[in-house]
Design a protein around this ligand. Structure first.
Ligand SMILES: Nc1ncnc2c1ncn2[C@@H]1O[C@H](COP(=O)(O)OP(=O)(O)OP(=O)(O)O)[C@@H](O)[C@H]1O
Length: 350
């Protein structure tokens, strides 16, 4: 990505691209003016708290619901106009497929493929075997689905999405409701799908999950897309900040303001020690840091001050007579940043 300037970004082939995508349910904007850019070959995490609009966006992309506004291209084709050309190249797992519990895994796939207008009967048996093999269920092909674990059922759902060679896989919360073992199985499967060359678009409300399996991510909050880019870009866009422990917060804030830094005193007394206050001030990102693809549509757009070295900050504070009892520079974690962007915490998973 290092050579990627705006021009290179424009040339990037996108598997999914939306412009101003909007879906309204009555008065509620479930998807609000979303511009998604999912590069070909990415494992793209679509991250956001429950109710932030992920499933609705996915339903729009797959032609399962119609948009109120905006445009979409999937695999380079205008949607929903080219739905019939595009859908055979897209495998999807949305809201958990319903299987017949009294039929085997293979028999369920047979029924689903037979019901698919694009499923070619002559190759059905071989495609089913290959999909079961791909998700590690060959040994359980003839077992009734009612005897499957949740992880196995979810892998069967992914096998269903893999019944034909796919350029794009869309998986809506594939680890939802799974136990740790099932979660591990599905995560490692998702990683390997991308290794085969498909673009994988996977929604999750779990930050740690996206960090484990994805190369790229977009963050949704209340229907809006608030950031997207590679994980590295999203991390880099998180600003470093300085932390000052001092009994002279007023003077310190004044000195920092003189350096172009905006200080906030720690909102919770917990971070302060005795009579000392804790001041935080974001440092401007180094000139090369914010990568062009890590676009952000909320906050952080303000032009910041020029580079300020931490040692220069300490020197200025001391020169102004501020009693500096503690000083540190800290990187804002991806989690802090996501919480700041979405206003919500993320569930923690292993
Ligand atoms: N068919 C519908 N009719 C009315 N409102 C809907 C409909 N589908 C979704 N919504 C609303 O749109 C908002 C976004 O829902 P959506 O299911 O897309 O979010 P999500 O991020 O996928 O959340 P979750 O992880 O809980 O599925 C929610 O407030 C939801 O209640």
């Amino acid at each position: 990505m290092s050579a990627a300037g705006p021009a290179a970004e424009l040339r990037t082939e996108l598997s999914i691209e939306t412009r101003g995508l909007t879906k309204r349910f009555g008065h509620q904007l479930a998807v609000d003016d979303v511009d998604l850019a999912v590069p070909k070959g990415a494992v793209f995490g679509f991250l956001g708290p429950n109710g932030s609009g992920k499933t609705t966006t996915i339903r729009l992309l797959l032609g399962l619901a119609s948009a109120t506004g905006g445009s979409m291209r999937v695999l380079g084709e205008e949607m929903p106009g080219k739905l019939n050309d595009v859908l055979p190249r897209v495998g999807a797992l949305v809201e958990g497929p319903a299987f017949y519990p009294f039929l085997s895994g293979a028999a369920n796939l047979h029924r689903m493929d037979a019901a698919d207008p694009y499923g070619v009967a002559a190759t059905r048996r071989a495609r089913i075997q290959s999909a079961l093999d791909r998700v590690g269920l060959t040994h359980a092909a003839d077992k009734k689905v009612r005897a499957y674990s949740l992880g196995m059922k979810q892998r069967l759902g992914i096998a269903n999405a893999l019944l034909a060679p796919r350029d794009l896989l869309v998986l809506d919360e594939p680890t939802n409701g799974l136990d740790p073992q099932g979660t591990r199985e599905v995560r490692s499967l998702v990683r390997s799908l991308a290794a085969d060359g498909a673009t994988v678009f996977v929604s999750s409300h779990l930050l740690a999950e996206v960090e484990q399996i994805c190369t790229h991510a977009a963050i949704m909050s209340a229907g809006r897309l608030v950031a997207q880019g590679t994980l590295a870009e999203l991390r880099r866009a998180g600003q470093a900040r300085i932390r000052v422990l001092t009994p002279d917060p007023g003077t310190a804030a004044h000195v920092l303001a003189g350096l172009g830094l905006t200080a906030t005193v720690s909102p919770d007394g917990a971070a302060s020690a005795g009579p000392d206050a804790v001041l935080f001030a974001p440092l401007p990102a180094p000139a090369a840091a914010p990568a062009p693809a890590a676009r952000e549509t909320a906050g952080a757009a303000d032009a910041g001050p020029q580079d300020v070295e931490p040692e220069a900050v300490v020197a200025a504070l001391v020169a102004a007579g501020v009693r500096v009892r503690g000083f540190a520079t800290e990187q804002v974690s991806l989690e802090d940043r996501f919480v700041a962007l979405t206003g919500e915490g993320f569930d923690v998973v292993q």
